[in-house]
Structures are given as C-alpha cells and as structure tokens.
Design a protein around this ligand. Structure first.
Ligand SMILES: *Cc1c(COP(=O)(O)O)cnc(C)c1O
Length: 425
C-alpha cells in the first residue's frame, strides 16, 4: 500500500475487507452462524458489558455484516455504520435512538411512499409526531421546528424522482437549533452525493436499491457522521444518560464520535431485532464492488431516455435535473455533478388512464415497486405506491394521476427507448 488515500472505486472493492484470517478466502465469507464461542468467562463478560468489541450473536453483529458496515461508512465518509434488515428498519432504529413519546421531527414532504406511511401512521403509536415541510422551501423547515423537535429528515434526491434538495441550507437550520439532520441517500448513493460533505449528521440507506443494485436482496444501513455532540444533551437520553442496560454507561461519552452507530446497535437492533442476514450482506457487498461503474451507466442512459421523452408528443413534461432548464438544474450542478441519478418522473398528456395503459404496454420495463435494479422498472405511483394517500397528498408528494416513474437500468439504452416508443404509440 502507498500513502495515497484510496479513491472511491478502490474503497468500493476493498474497504472493510481482508483475506479471511482462518482460510485465506479472498472474497468475504458468509459467516452463516447465529452465535460465536467466547474465549473464556471474562471475555464473555467484557463483550456483554461493551468493554470489548467482538461477536456475540448475529442479531447484534456478524463478521460478514461488519465488512458491509465498514465499507459503506468509508464510502459515505462516516465514522461507523450499522447494517439492518431493510431501509425501513434503518429509519426506525434512527428515530428510536432519538425520540421519546411526545417528541416531533420535521420531514420533507417528498419522500419514498413507504416512509410517508411509516411516519404518518405506525410512528404515531410510539408517540412520535411528524411535521411535514416542503423540500423546496427551506424557510418552511425553520418554521416547523418547535422545542419538541428532535431531528430533521430529508432525502438527498427525493422520491418519486427528479427533486434535488438543498442539503446545506437545511443543515444550517438543523445546526441553528442544534438537532441532527438525517439524510436518506438511497436514490443518490455515495457515488453521486455524500451528504456528510454538506452538513448531514446521519445518513440512512435502503441498500435494497442502488447499493445492492441487482434487485435481489433487502437491506438497510445507518451511517454515523460523527458530527453531533450528544454529551450532556438531555434531549437525547439514549446517548446522554446512564443506561440501565449497561451498568450506567453513558454511550455518548464512552463512544464519542461513533456513539450513534453504537446506540442503534446495542439498544435498537439488540432489543427490536431487525437484523440483516449475513447472506444478504454478502450479496450487497458484491453489488457495491461495481457501484461506481453501474451509477455511471445508470446516469448516462437516464439522461438519454429523459431527453427522448421530452421530445415525445404524448408526454407533457419530464422532471429530470439533468435536463437543460429543469427546475433543479442549478442544485443538480452543485450536489450531483456526476449525474442526477436513474429515477425520474414524467407526465402523460392522457392523465391517469394513459399512465395505467403505458405500464401495461411496456415489455422490457418491469412494472413493479422498486428502483435501483440492473433491470429497467416502471411504476404509476397514483395507482400503486402512493394509492393510500389522498389526492392532495399525492400531488404534494409528486405522485399526481398523470405521473409515471421510471428507474433506468443497465440494458442497451436504444432498446429502452424503443420499448417506450412502442408503448406510448
Ligand atoms: C426503498 C426505500 C426505502 C425503504 O427501504 P426498504 O429496503 O424497502 O425497507 C426508504 N427510502 C427510500 C428512498 C427508498 O427508496
């Protein structure tokens, strides 16, 4: 090794991994075991008391998952990460570490439909109250903060596609009120955008999408930016108060700039249980090795498809920040100079019925509720992912009746354009 700091592609392949100490295996082995033998009674006691790092039981940690955690932390530029069973589990464990019953958090109104449901309904039963703000109106975030606000949550490139959020401006509001900014970086991936460089404190991922990249494994990650000081802050008792679970240890003091990653593991994951299977960690690691190459191709092809649709007579508008004159063009140049991602929306002149017809006529695009696959995907949000929302909420979240969302895959772009042309005809 040289002294040079490794580049992104090198980290995507090597970060966190080394030849297996026991066997020399070069690829990361799948440690498909529930539990790990202790050296002796003292070793067991120090592991359980958090005095030593090591493996106990796969619900709390696993060596295959640890490689994934270290790799994503390195790619995002964070201090540590936690791998969990899904993107939703990552969001849940984040809020669990931050909120008490009766607390509030401010969230951007344009989010993955599942996050909107989770925040509006399931979180209510924990007494966690979401206050919605418009991601295009930075001042609206400031106005939504109250003394009960414990966090701000946004997506970097926001669902259902084509929205770039001014992370630095929203981070300034979070910093002013001394609350952490959580950024869901699923749609961008760290290859296109690294939220910590713009003031985020915590990053979450649905690794199910671009990180894994092949549409074969559900998983999620929480990445600790190490920037938030929890010590002495009574608003965050999980991190700042003595924990009865660990003989009065104060996690924020003991673990410093990676205390949030530890708290989500030793309190959230341990007690609530959404653990990632080591097999899925292996699949996600394999996907991440080609993340830079895939994202480049995703963005190139998306630009071409978006430009083609913009000229199509059946299409009323295309919302992709890579297009000249797009509302988010300037923010995209600043935040995603390598490309504005692979997911975007367009509006059909024929409205709801035309949307339903288009998804039925496409042959190469798969009609399903996912993004970030090697395969190209299509969905009509108003009749599927966003159907639980009221018409008003649908429009507010960018999923009105005429809107179709595409996730452009890695096929030959000429084939994708031909498929769209035949289906629109
Ligand atoms: C899919 C997705 C989620 C939820 O992730 P799962 O892995 O499906 O639980 C959260 N945020 C965004 C932006 C997503 O695309």
């Amino acid at each position: 090794m040289t002294d040079r700091a490794p580049g992104f592609s090198t980290l995507a392949i090597h970060a966190g991994a080394a030849p297996d100490a026991a066997t020399g295996a070069r690829a990361t082995p799948i440690y498909q075991t529930t539990s790990f033998v202790f050296d002796d009674v003292d070793h067991a006691a120090s592991l359980f008391g958090l005095q030593a790092f090591g493996n106990i039981y796969t619900r709390i940690g696993n060596p295959t998952n640890a490689v994934l955690e270290e790799r994503v932390a390195a790619l995002e530029g964070g201090t540590a990460a936690l791998a969990v069973a899904s993107g939703h589990a990552a969001e849940f464990l984040c809020f669990h570490a931050l909120l008490q019953p009766g607390d509030e958090f401010v969230a951007a109104r344009k989010l993955y439909g599942g996050s909107i449901n989770q925040f509006n309904h399931s979180y209510k039963s924990f007494g966690w109250n979401v206050i919605w703000a418009d991601p295009d109106d930075v001042e609206g975030f400031a106005a939504a903060v109250t003394p009960k606000t414990k966090a701000i949550f946004i997506e970097s490139i926001a669902n259902p596609g084509g929205v770039i959020v001014d992370i630095a401006a929203i981070s300034a509001i979070a910093k002013k009120h001394n609350i952490p900014l959580i950024v869901d970086n699923t749609m961008a991936s760290p290859y296109l955008l690294r939220p910590f460089e713009h003031g985020a404190d915590i990053v979450v991922h649905s690794a199910t999408k671009f990180l894994g990249g092949h549409g074969n494994s559900i998983g999620g990650l929480i990445v600790d930016g190490g920037s938030f000081n929890w010590v002495g802050d009574d608003r965050y008792p999980m991190l700042s108060k003595p924990r009865p679970e660990y003989n009065g240890m104060v996690l924020g003091e003991t673990f410093g700039n990676f205390a949030f990653a530890i708290a989500t593991r030793v309190l959230g994951l341990r007690d609530l249980g959404p653990a990632l299977s080591p097999f899925n960690a292996f699949m996600l690691l394999t996907g991440i090795e080609t993340l830079p190459l895939r994202m480049q191709r995703h963005c190139e092809s998306t630009q071409k498809v978006a430009e083609h649709l913009q000229k199509h007579p059946a299409v009323e508008w295309v919302s992709y920040p890579g297009l000249a004159g797009d509302k988010y063009e300037a923010l995209a140049k600043r935040y995603t100079p390598k490309g504005a991602g692979a997911v975007f929306t367009f509006g059909l002149k024929g409205g709801y019925d035309a949307g339903v017809k288009l998804v039925s006529n496409l042959k190469l695009f798969s009609h399903l509720a996912n993004i970030g696959d090697t395969r190209s995907l299509v969905i009509h949000p108003a009749s599927t992912t966003h159907r639980q929302l009221t018409d008003e909420q649908k429009i507010a979240s960018g999923a009105g009746p005429q809107v179709v969302r595409l996730s452009i895959g890695l096929e030959d772009v000429e084939d994708l354009i031909a498929d769209l042309d035949q289906a629109l005809a």
